[in-house]
Write a protein that binds this ligand. Structure first.
Ligand code: DGJ
Length: 706
């Protein structure tokens, strides 16, 4: 245990994993950031003082007459005209806080600042921590110390980035096309990504990155912010004429959503900020952070068979048993029964809320299926959508008042469903009891937890989000070992808030491997591969109609938590054997894929993308051709991330790789390369047809370990 030390009235340096955060606490004002970025090494107090003094902007015409510096929670009295740190009031008064730090305590790489403002009667706690992987984790709590109510409209915290951060990157998208990158200059004003859908959103920014011009996967300084929250939220980059560039975030509150009674506190979502040299290093900081959580899945990620695209709502026991038999025979380890199993749920417009096994489709309950699944050596997973209700369900008829609404009329249905108000304790207890009964009866080990609509005019997104988190936690506490997958119309609930309560995310309803190359590539900017569901689907994609060979589908899914989602009874013997081969490959490499370092690169003129997972002794790369190349043959590919001091062998991996054209001779010779050669000189690979991929193993020769 590190001993706490008083940090007030000095400059504090937090250091971790090559990152430093230097905070100025010399006055009684809230901490201002002297530096966030590369670690200059341990600095003595004299140097820190000098650094802080040298960071104060000079006075220029038409600015306020005192030096302008802004804290992580910017306040108007410092001459800040950007997004305010705290917006709120007591009936239109007490809206301009001026906090004074009472105590600041440093414990290891964590600084806790307690501040108060008598003029607004508010208390504030800031917890600023540099995690083991070098991320800044920023937590805030606002307390009402007054005698009357204080209405919070927004709490916004920020970190500054330097002038050389001239470009922005964030993600955008829509249903079945989540997390598409968008890039542009860091212009004056606010680049605001706000989600007001009552969930994270298929269009969520995921993170906002500012970087030096031209930054890429492998190099270029980048600074990023992520808002760890699954409800309404804001994440932004702001640039002002006074030379301030900041990244910030917070919850997007509905009017009156947070009204603090005397003595009450509001804890906004945590923010995570990352600095790195290149997007890969940035991703690796998030991955290492997630992997260090005590509840991070520690067991090998099982091969899932999800039956959604095989049967949809058509739950026929014989068909499902046949799928289970075929799946087990080729190596499936977890069988997931998707939507359609509960009361009258033979279509998307009914049944939600009635969490009883449907007696018509399942006269003997789920037992015949679950027993066979377990006899075959697989665990059993089940789809649920606990936050939703179908208007014609028994639940909705009996408890119409449990449906969320802002006025007597219901909001428009979406996917024919409404939202259950889980902040209502009766509704919460009912759902908890029903889900618990089903989990207990069938020994369910895995829930695919869906959430298939935006919340429209929902009067309490904040409390609904917390209630959903609590429901997950109560189930996990009652059923130790229960895993939960966060699904939301595919990939609309992907954030670090939900991952505190779940064990993987479903990246998208689109399982077309061409689309998945982009979706998974950018989902993995935040989340390590073992937490991203990726399934091998039918040859013809159900969402796009494109046809792809099995190798492309399987190789794309390998760079995720691998699973299947297709009708196995429709495969011929050759396809079944090939699929079994890919499952074997996944099992062989999952230890590496789910613990190694992610590397990415791209070759714009040949349309090829490289994705790899690397450890010093072993690496697995996929090279995918996303389109036809401008040049043929395409140039050499280099393999980043290898140990330059070791020697390696390179080989193609796959159950059936004779189909690759123009196989260069060197691949069949016992060629050996230094890690530095592979990383800088590169090799020629077989030609790839558009929308195909190859898998490459690079393993170190044992005698070359340093
Ligand atoms: C949306 C999910 O993303 C799908 O995988 C599937 O579970 C359906 N919902 C079921 O309704």
């Amino acid at each position: 245990m590190t001993k706490p030390s008083a940090a007030a009235r000095r400059v504090v340096q937090l250091r971790s994993a090559g990152v430093a955060l230097i905070l100025d606490l010399r006055s009684t004002a809230l901490p201002t950031v002297v530096h966030w970025g590369a670690d200059p090494g341990p600095c003595g107090q004299d140097e820190l003082d000098a650094m802080a003094a040298a960071a104060v902007p000079p006075h220029v015409d038409n600015l306020i007459d005192v030096p302008v510096s802004h804290s992580v929670l910017p306040e108007g009295h410092t001459g800040w005209f950007g997004i305010p740190g705290l917006s709120g009031s007591r009936q239109g008064k007490a809206w301009a806080p001026r906090f004074t730090v009472n105590t600041a305590v440093q414990e290891g790489q964590r600084l806790t600042v307690e501040a108060a403002d008598p003029s607004t009667a508010l208390g504030l706690r800031l917890t600023i921590e540099l995690t083991g992987s070098g991320l800044v984790r920023l937590r805030t709590a606002v307390r009402n110390d007054g005698d009357d109510d204080y209405r919070v409209d927004a709490v916004s915290t920020v970190l500054p980035v330097p002038e050389r951060a001239g470009e922005l990157l964030d993600l955008a998208g829509r249903w079945s096309r989540e997390r598409q990158p968008q890039r542009g200059p860091f212009n004056m004003g606010v680049h605001l990504r706000e989600g007001r859908r009552g969930r994270t959103g298929a269009d969520a920014a995921t993170m906002v990155v500012a970087g030096v011009e031209g930054f890429g996967f492998r190099s270029g300084e980048v600074w990023a912010v992520h808002t760890a929250w699954s409800g309404n939220h804001r994440t932004w980059a702001e640039r002002t004429g006074e030379g301030f560039r900041t990244l910030g975030g917070g919850e997007s509150l509905l009017p009156g959503e947070i009204v603090l009674r005397p003595g009450e506190s509001y804890d906004p979502p945590e923010l995570f900020f990352g600095w790195a040299d290149g997007l890969d290093e940035l991703a690796s900081r998030f991955h290492r952070h997630l992997r260090a959580r005590p509840h991070h899945p520690g067991s090998p990620r099982p091969v899932n068979l999800n039956v959604w695209e095989a049967v949809y709502f058509d739950h026929d026991l014989d068909t499902l048993l046949a799928l289970a038999e075929r799946g087990a025979a080729i190596g499936v380890e977890r069988f997931v029964l998707d939507d359609g199993w509960f009361h009258r749920r033979n279509g998307p417009d009914r049944g939600l809320g009635d969490w009883f096994v449907d007696e018509q489709s399942w006269p003997d309950g789920l037992h015949p299926l679950v027993e066979r699944v377990k006899e075959l050596g697989m665990t059993f997973g089940l789809w649920v959508e606990p936050e939703m209700v179908s208007p014609r369900s028994q639940l909705a008829v009996a408890h119409a008042d449990w449906i969320m609404r802002a006025r007597p009329q219901l909001p428009p249905a979406s996917r024919w469903q409404q939202v259950l108000d889980l902040a209502n304790p009766e509704a919460f207890d009912h759902v908890l009891a029903r889900l618990s009964a089903v989990i207990a009866e069938y020994g369910v080990g895995y829930l695919k937890w869906d959430h298939n609509r935006d919340l429209i005019e929902a009067p309490g997104v904040h409390r609904q989000t917390l209630a959903a988190y609590r429901l997950m936690d109560e189930l996990r506490a009652a059923f130790p070992g229960l895993e939960i997958e966060s699904c939301s119309s595919g990939g609309a609930r992907v954030d670090l808030g939900i991952l505190e309560h779940t064990d993987r995310v479903w990246a998208s309803d689109c399982i077309d491997p061409l689309e998945r190359q982009t979706i998974q590539r950018w989902t993995s900017q935040l989340i390590p591969l073992e937490l991203i569901g990726g399934h091998v689907a039918s040859a013809v994609s159900h969402t796009t109609g494109r046809r792809h060979d099995l190798a492309f589908r399987a190789i794309t899914s390998l760079f995720a938590h691998f699973g299947l989602e297709l009708d196995l009874t429709k495969l011929d013997d050759a396809e079944t054997a090939e699929l079994a081969g890919w499952i074997e490959i996944y099992k062989r490499y999952r230890g590496l894929l789910h613990s190694g370092t992610l590397v990415r690169d791209e070759y714009p003129s040949s349309g090829r993308w490289l994705t790899g997972v690397v450890r010093p002794e072993l690496a697995l790369y996929s090279v995918a051709a996303l389109r036809r190349s401008d040049e043929e043959p395409a140039g050499r590919i280099t393999f980043p991330g290898l140990d330059p001091a070791r020697r390696y062998t390179v080989r193609l991996v796959g159950p059936n790789r004779d189909d690759l054209g123009n196989r260069p001779g060197w691949l069949d010779s016992p060629a050996r390369f230094g890690g530095a050669t592979l990383g800088t000189v590169g090799v020629r690979l077989p030609a790839l047809r558009p929308e195909t991929a190859m898998l490459i193993e690079i393993s170190a020769l044992p005698d070359t370990a340093p």
